[in-house]
Design a protein around this ligand. Structure first.
Ligand code: DMJ
Length: 577
């Protein structure tokens, strides 16, 4: 070996030794708890990149990855399109999974990939395509993904883009928002569920839509109006939401599907799952993001009605909006977001008890089945699938944020293990077709990158949340809470023991995750947030709790169950609902 070679080998040897030393000292300097969190966040990071890299290799710029065959699907026009009608001939995708990954890349601190993605999208993405898309899906995934990434790109603390950013994502978002507007041109203001991005509403288009379809547009479209100064997006979404709310029954319940031309309900039965879920979520989050009391009032009434008519212990069944009578007794995978929403509202005990039931079902099957029949204690015969949904991980993240109980980290670890065991394949992560056999399906949904991986990562590493308060859209895209977007920040947000920052965009710690949101009508909770009343509480008509009939009784604050009048004339939890 020549002296030159010897020198090179010595240098390589020294480098290896010092790298090993740095790794050893940096992980051993962490306490076991922090080391575990670090190990888990690294594991989730690797999951995200396994899904992302495979998408970029085999599917980009198409919409989603087919991980089993290492190919792609242009699925934007298929989302929500159960009958696969009017599929486009000339559509080659909109890089849906890349758009959905932007905010996750930002959270993982991957500036290079974020910047590359922004450049590609600004040079190549167009919405002038002859594709019929579902307004709700396109709004939460594409518009939400773009708007959130735009805000993150312009936030100097993230340093995501090195001076190359000239609002390209906002320009794209605005173009998309404009293409949404014709959908709202109905006598009721309720938008069509489907719109062709190039040609607008198609002839003979179905007039049927869902409650979540027209009631969960306000975050993305409202944010777009705030960012562009064009009020049309927010107005359209707000008009639809107000109309929808005006259609509630005297019990403050809504149905699941309706007609946008007539404003009549089609399906009167509803719950907190499919077709309705994000409607509730957006009432509360719109209040947090825009600070409007109107949203809070709607949410409060809607939430109380859910607790009163759908809740049965830790479970939620469905009920007829007109009578409040139970219709279907089912647990669905989508319902698992509810405990997370309850954390935002301060109902931690209720959130915890439902979350435990979902975990029980998760453990029973290894993942959450799409539908489980509570009354028969069996799986729904045709809905045995698990398409990598995020809702249970999402609630686990919120509950850990609120309680810091390490048990939720164990739940998170068990989710991560199950996903790796059952759904990880060489070409990405595949959906489960049947939870009883763990047979896989050739589809990696974009929300796996936008939500599932993101919530799991944030569960173990929440450093992204330290300097800024965010709400997460229903697709997991973060939007910062800025006082400049607030119509009026209600007093109920302010807790005197907190140290408030003074900058314009962050005048106070208004995080729904670190503080509990109190009903505005309950001033006590401002001073002592440990003795918060549950938001579902409705006092009995008389202070001595005497009654003539059930109508004189309210809702119990701890269990959120409706009290009824006993034969002796006292309000109490005598009968289960
Ligand atoms: C996501 O697209 C959103 O969370 C939506 O609100 C409903 N669920 C899917 C993922 O399960």
């Amino acid at each position: 070996m020549s002296p030159g070679n010897r020198g090179t080998w010595a240098l390589i040897f020294l480098l290896i030794i010092s790298t090993l030393y740095i790794e050893k000292t940096s992980s051993s300097s962490l306490d076991p708890f922090a080391a575990k969190k670090k190990r888990m966040s690294d594991k989730v990071r690797r999951m995200f990149y396994h899904a992302y890299d495979n998408y970029m290799t085999y599917a980009f710029p198409h919409d989603e990855l087919k991980p089993l065959t290492k190919s792609y699907t242009d699925s934007l026009s298929e989302l929500g399109n159960l009958n696969l009608e009017h599929l486009p001939q000339e559509y080659n995708g909109s890089a849906l999974t890349l758009i959905e990954s932007l905010s996750s890349l930002a959270i993982l601190g991957n500036h290079t990939e974020f910047e590359k993605a922004v450049l590609w999208l600004s040079e190549n993405l167009t919405f002038d395509v002859d594709a019929r898309i579902n307004l709700f899906e396109c709004n939460i995934r594409v518009l939400g993904g773009l708007v959130s990434a735009h805000i993150l790109a312009t936030d100097s603390t993230n340093r995501l883009t090195k001076g190359m950013y000239r609002n390209q994502l906002l320009v794209l978002a605005e173009e998309l928002g404009q293409r949404f507007l014709p959908a709202f041109d109905t006598p009721t203001g309720l938008p069509y569920a489907w719109i062709n991005l190039k040609h607008g509403v198609m002839e003979n288009e179905t007039t049927e839509t869902s409650t979540s379809g027209c009631g969960s547009l306000i975050l993305e479209m409202g944010a777009l109006s705030h960012l562009t100064g064009d009020p049309r997006f927010e107005s359209a979404a707000l008009r639809a939401l107000r109309k929808l709310w005006s259609m509630r029954s005297s019990l403050n319940l809504l149905g699941t599907t309706l007609d946008v031309e007539t404003g009549e309900w089609i399906e009167y039965s509803s719950g907190i799952g499919a077709g309705v879920d994000s409607f509730y979520e957006y009432l509360l989050k719109a209040h947090l993001l825009f600070g409007r009391e109107e949203f809070w009032r709607m949410f409060q009434s809607a939430y109380v009605a859910v607790q009163k008519y759908f809740r049965h212990g830790p479970w939620y069944h469905e009920a007829d909006m007109r009578t409040g009578r139970a219709t279907y007794w089912q647990l669905t995978s989508l319902q698992a977001f509810w405990p997370g929403l309850q954390v935002l509202v301060g109902d931690i005990a209720a959130a915890n008890s439902s979350h435990r039931e979902f975990f029980y079902v998760w453990q029973k099957f290894g993942v959450l089945p799409e539908r489980y029949l509570l009354d028969h204690q069996m799986l729904h015969p045709t809905e045995k699938y698990y398409p990598l949904r995020p809702e249970f991980a999402e609630s686990t993240f919120y509950l850990y944020q609120a309680t810091k109980d390490p048990w939720y980290l164990e739940v998170g670890e068990s989710i991560v293990d199950s996903l790796n065991l059952h759904t990880r394949v060489e070409g990405g992560f595949a959906s489960v077709r049947d939870v009883t056999t763990m047979e896989l399906e050739d589809h990696q949904h974009s929300f796996f990158l936008a939500e599932t991986c993101k919530y799991l990562y944030l569960l173990f590493d929440d450093s992204f949340l330290v300097n800024q308060n965010y709400i997460f859209t229903t697709e997991g895209h973060p939007l910062p809470i800025k006082s400049s977007w607030h119509e009026r920040l209600p007093e109920a947000y302010y807790i005197p023991t907190m140290t408030y920052l003074q900058s314009e965009d962050q005048p106070r710690r208004a995080s729904a995750m670190s503080l509990r949101i109190c009903p505005a009508a309950m001033p006590n909770c401002i001073n002592n947030h440990h003795t918060l009343e549950s938001v579902c509480h409705i006092p009995d008509a008389r202070v001595d709790h005497r009654c003539l009939n059930d109508e004189d009784c309210g809702v119990d604050s701890t269990s959120c169950r409706r009290r009824s009048c006993s034969m002796a004339g006292y309000c109490g939890l005598w009968l289960s609902i």
